[in-house]
Design a protein around this ligand. Structure first.
Ligand SMILES: Cc1cc2nc3c(=O)[nH]c(=O)nc-3n(C[C@H](O)[C@H](O)[C@H](O)COP(=O)(O)OP(=O)(O)OC[C@H]3O[C@@H](n4cnc5c(N)ncnc54)[C@H](O)[C@@H]3O)c2cc1C
Length: 490
């Protein structure tokens, strides 16, 4: 049995941030990470020198402390990346965020007119009777009209979540798309200044030169240098408790089992996994609540293509229902250093799936063939241009916000609340749709709680970071040229 002051489960952004903050303040920590590298979902994978993320990871935050932390750890090894992304739908590329002229040109005057009519219809109905807005479909139809919902929201959102939009909670849409007004966007687009339109379409974001994994490896290095420890390939299999006190954890590493006892525990593992590993188990109602929470998985097929310049975007959203691929990343356009060979491109063909479904269980070679075919169908290259490929599967990529998730999460939260020496942090650790910044913020505040401050981690505001184009302030600054209303930015 080994003793540590603080044990942290998970070496992703949340766990590493907690360890970093504690170590910096003179506390010894042990981070237990089941993967072979740190970074969790925000890691960078490397295949034959080609680097790629689990979904491109933009560094964008409105949380000053997190931004400072990024630069404290990585110094000037960030690059500012001009952002360019488009939507592929009905054989055409739409600017994203949507711009009025490009959208009109692609959809044609008739369809655009019908979209406007359907929007006015929704508004007229709402003026007569306040609509009941419960689901994603209700909310988007209410705000933008049914036609626009069918054109730009439905197919992609259902690809991502794998469930119909009328089974997704409205709160997810509100969190993601709040503050967007079609009326204001159209009006200001009519009076826009064209040069401003172009500059506002291409914004920029920060990105570590070698991808986000570089950041998490640096965190790990600093934590180790300061005398704390990070164990990789160390899986927490049991969490022992006495009533509301954690008394120890069991860790499996390289075929051997270790018992760890700490005074405090911070967990960023999925909250459902935490509950199922408690010994003795919690009451059946809590176990049942954990079984009722679900996740969406994700896999990426990285294709190495013998073409220097395939397209200028960082990524393209594939709304077209005829393709299974949901989004295509071009990692060279995130950072040229992600691609080691001149004249080649590395595409990340991203598939949203559910563990055990047809896509998830497909053999790697079949997935590479599917991705190659879909790449060709979209007009990028020919099959012989694909020199090589690899597949990375990411279970539990997205915590699902279905109709009952809040109620189940509440049951678990209430059960965990009285534990004096356990805090749960991060995205899956709290079943919250957090980006890196808010995942890190929960880790930071959990650490500060152990340093004598008092923070309610469940109050960390998840809304502020949701992508820049979805925030009211940003919309006001956009000079009105963009209709930032597709649900693509996930
Ligand atoms: C496709 C996609 C794109 C994204 N894009 C962005 C983006 O552009 N910008 C952005 O800011 N955020 C983005 N995110 C979100 C970001 O990835 C997460 O917010 C972040 O990784 C969450 O950090 P975390 O530490 O809470 O969890 P995780 O990253 O999930 O880390 C948890 C860690 O716990 C480990 N673990 C689990 N169980 C155990 C166990 N039993 N024992 C030991 N270790 C265990 C896991 O291996 C993992 O490393 C994206 C996410 C996805 C899925």
């Amino acid at each position: 049995m080994k003793q540590y002051p603080i044990a942290i489960v998970g070496g992703g952004p949340a766990g590493l941030t907690a360890a970093y903050e504690l170590t910096k303040n003179g506390k010894q920590t042990l981070v237990l990470e089941k993967g072979d590298k740190v970074g969790g979902i925000a890691r960078t994978e490397v295949y034959k020198g080609y680097r790629f993320d689990i979904g491109g990871h933009r560094f964008f935050t409105k949380v000053g402390e997190v931004n400072e932390l990024w630069h404290e750890v990585l110094g000037d090894e960030f690059i500012e990346v001009p952002r360019l992304s488009r939507i592929y739908y009905q054989g055409k590329f739409f600017d994203y965020p949507l711009s009025l002229l490009n959208t009109l040109g692609n959809l044609g005057v008739f369809t655009s007119f019908m979209i406007l009519m359907s929007y006015l219809n929704a508004k007229a109905k709402a003026a007569i009777r306040r609509p009941e807005v419960e689901t994603f479909e209700d909310w988007v139809t209410h705000c933008f009209g049914r036609r626009l919902y069918l054109t730009f929201f439905k197919t992609y959102t259902e690809k991502v979540w794998g469930i119909p939009c009328n089974k997704i909670q409205a709160e997810w849409a509100i969190q993601r798309i709040r503050g967007v007004s079609l009326k204001r966007a159209v009006l200001s687009a009519l009076f826009q200044n064209k040069s401003k339109a172009t500059t506002s379409l291409i914004k920029s974001f920060q990105y570590p030169i070698l991808g986000p994994g570089m950041m998490w490896e640096r965190f790990e290095e600093i934590i180790n240098e300061k005398g704390s420890e990070v164990w990789r390939e160390a899986t927490v299999t049991r969490i022992s408790r006495e009533n509301h006190q954690i008394t120890g954890i069991t860790v499996e590493q390289a075929g051997s089992t270790e018992e760890i006892v700490a005074e405090h525990y911070i967990s960023s593992m999925p909250i459902t996994a935490l509950v199922s590993r408690l010994d003795p188990p919690p009451p059946e109602s809590v176990l049942q609540a954990a079984r009722s929470l679900s996740y969406r998985a994700f896999l990426i097929v990285a294709l190495i293509v013998n073409i220097d310049d395939l397209f200028p975007d960082n990524w393209i959203y594939i709304h077209a229902p005829e393709a299974k691929v949901g989004r295509i990343q071009n990692f060279k356009n995130w950072s040229p250093a992600m691609v080691p060979e001149k004249g080649k491109t590395c595409l990340g063909m991203e598939y949203f799936c559910t563990e055990g479904d047809e896509i998830w269980t497909m053999k790697d070679e079949d997935l590479i063939a599917l991705a190659t075919q879909e790449m060709v169908n979209l007009g990028f290259g020919t099959p012989p241009d694909v020199q090589d490929g690899t597949v990375i599967r990411q279970p539990k990529a997205y915590p699902v916000y279905d109709r009952s998730y809040r109620q189940h999460l509440e049951v678990i939260r209430e059960f965990l609340e009285p534990f004096e020496n356990l805090q749960t942090v991060g995205r899956n650790g709290m079943h919250r749709y957090n980006n890196q910044d808010h995942s890190m913020l929960t880790g930071l505040l959990a650490a500060r709680n152990l340093l004598g401050e008092e923070h309610d981690l469940w109050n960390v505001n998840t809304e502020r970071s949701y992508y820049e184009e979805f925030t009211t302030e940003e919309l006001k600054n956009q000079e009105g040229s963009e209709l930032s209303m597709s649900s693509s930015s996930l």
